[in-house]
Design a protein around this ligand. Structure first.
Ligand SMILES: [Zn+2]
Length: 313
């Protein structure tokens, strides 16, 4: 009996030893560079965030979501990347979106570290181009309530500014979107005070080589930026896609964060067709870091083709 007890104690000890013997550490600062014509594009990771795909995706049934995720060795909630893209041209340093910064407690706020690791300082940024004013795109504009990018001009579609910077619109959105109003107002406040926010309307060149293309649906003024250098193009499509595994296979699948789900689906299909037919590089805010790749057509939908990792681009 005593021997049996000893044997059992030993087995319990062996069984529990595996639970705390190896600590899996975090990743290093996330940046990844790509050459685009004469420009350098650097993807910057602000963080990753658990995304309840099965609860948040709409116009698709849960079994289909779970099946598509499983086929890609994933399960809900999936970790969604929060990517921003820094574009260095011969005369400008433009940042497309800024991540969540302090607004996604613990899951975001790593962009400044990634930026420094990539060899840039926040004060080097000349322009910030926002795809829309949701918290995970504007939160990184500020640090301790002050401008993180004190020398930058912030460019945003006027329809998005009119909507999210006006609390009178709170009654027009689902409850899930209410935190977007203070997120946008607080993050933009010091830039507005300093006269550093510029709005634009419709399709226009915000800067040479940076064409703003309205793609409404996710938000009223959701905008893509088509970056061109020489013969090369990169489509920064913001929140056109949240879960690539599901929404490229089934582009009708929208999410509860879409202001207008039908319009968002129409914009998504337009983006996917353009990316395929023109062969554009795509920079995606929430596709797995670095969120750079291409789109190809399949028999029934589309597929994301991630960039081939290159140490010295
Ligand atoms: Zn987003």
């Amino acid at each position: 009996m005593k021997r049996l007890c000893l044997l059992l104690a030993l087995l319990v000890a062996i069984g529990s030893a595996g639970a705390d013997d190896v600590r899996v550490g975090p990743q290093g600062p996330g940046f990844y560079r790509l050459r685009l014509g004469a420009d350098e594009v650097t993807a910057l990771l602000d963080g990753t965030h658990p995304f309840a795909a099965d609860e948040l995706l709409t116009h698709i049934d849960r079994a289909k979501v779970d099946g598509l995720l499983k086929a890609d060795f994933l399960a809900s909630p999936v970790q969604g990347s929060i990517n921003a893209f820094l574009v260095k041209t011969p005369d400008r340093l433009a940042l497309i979106d800024t991540g969540a910064g302090p607004l996604y407690a613990g899951d975001g706020g790593f962009l400044p570290t990634a930026l420094l690791a990539a060899g840039y300082r926040p004060e080097d940024v000349t322009d910030v181009l926002l795809t829309h004013l949701h918290r995970d795109h504007v939160g990184g504009l500020i640090r301790n309530g002050t401008m993180l990018f004190p020398n930058a001009v912030v460019h945003v579609n006027g329809d998005d500014a009119d909507f999210w910077l006006n609390p009178a619109n709170e009654g027009k959105v689902q409850k899930i979107l209410l935190p977007m109003f203070p997120g946008a107002m607080d993050s933009l406040a010091p830039y507005r005070k300093a006269g550093r926010v510029v709005t634009f309307r419709g399709e226009t060149d915000v800067l040479p080589g940076f064409r703003a293309v309205p793609a409404p649906g996710h938000t009223p003024g959701h905008t893509w930026y088509l970056v061109t250098s020489g013969q090369e193009h990169l489509l920064a499509w913001g929140d056109t896609v949240h879960v690539a595994t599901v929404q490229l296979a089934e582009p009708n699948a929208s999410i509860r964060y879409d202001y207008d789900e039908a319009a968002a689906a129409a914009s998504r299909k337009r983006a996917l067709e353009e990316a395929v037919s023109k062969g554009y590089w795509v920079a995606a805010a929430h596709v797995s870091f670095p969120g750079l790749g291409h789109v190809r057509r399949t028999a029934t939908g589309y597929q994301w083709v991630p960039v081939n990792y290159t140490r010295t681009p």
